[in-house]
Design a binder for this molecule. Structure first.
Ligand code: HEM
Length: 198
């Protein structure tokens, strides 16, 4: 339930929150989705690979609001870090994905929502472990492609039907409860979009 459902629920909640908070990006995603889907009400397999801007927005949302903000490892052998400090075998180590994704040593203006960070040109020089929403290494997420597809479908079909805007009186209060969630829920307004063929 945790790996397959709660993570994706968190991911979908935060991308919709980001779409509401950054309407210019919401509109660009909607334009892209309209172009791909036309009058269709469903997303087909081939559509998923065409959602370039929407995918960049989902990645940027997972950078700022990683659904799995922390992972833990127990060391099977001692480790010495690049600065000479070390930890003994058996130590429980917490990797703070949330902090990595907002690290000033990797990200310029990390508090700014900028999907173009994930364009091919801008991603190419980046360290492979700078963006790790699905962790990394041999125990990384086995469901990541499926999860990305779920988030693309949910974002596309929501934006096709609704304009989303934030409830400014109730901004989310982030809290890591295994997955990144909001202590006071995520409150958005949905306005139905009139579609010509309905
Ligand atoms: C946005 C959605 C998701 C995120 C952010 C996410 C993130 C992660 C992360 C960070 C890990 C590593 C955990 C650790 O090392 O302690 C992980 C592992 C895992 N994930 Fe996901 N996940 C997502 C969706 C899914 C889905 C949809 C599935 C299954 C359909 C899934 C199945 C798994 C499994 C089985 C593991 C354990 C892999 C192993 O230990 O070898 N995840 N996920």
């Amino acid at each position: 339930m945790f790996e397959g459902q709660d993570t994706v629920a968190s991911g979908i909640s935060w991308i919709l929150y980001c779409m509401a908070k950054y309407p210019e990006h919401q509109e660009k995603c909607r334009e892209e989705i309209r172009e791909i889907l036309g009058d269709r009400d469903t997303v087909e397999w081939d559509d998923l690979g065409k959602m370039n801007y929407t995918t960049m927005c989902i990645k940027e949302s997972m950078r700022m609001y990683p659904p799995a903000p922390l992972v833990l490892r127990q060391l099977t052998k001692p480790i010495t870090f690049f600065d000479g400090r070390s930890l003994p075998a058996g130590s429980l180590v917490m990797l703070n994905i949330y902090a990595i994704h907002r690290s000033l040593s990797v990200w310029e203006d990390p508090e700014v929502f900028d999907p173009l960070r994930f364009s091919p040109e801008n991603s190419s020089g980046r360290h492979s472990h700078a963006f790790v929403p699905f962790a990394a290494g041999v125990r990384n997420c086995i469901g990541q492609n499926f999860a990305m597809n779920e988030m693309k479908v949910a974002t596309a079909l929501t934006l096709q039907r609704f304009q989303v805007s934030p409830d400014e009186t109730r901004p989310p209060i982030k809290v890591p409860q295994v997955v990144l969630t909001s202590m006071n829920d995520i409150h958005l307004y949905l306005k139905k979009i009139k579609r010509t063929h309905q």
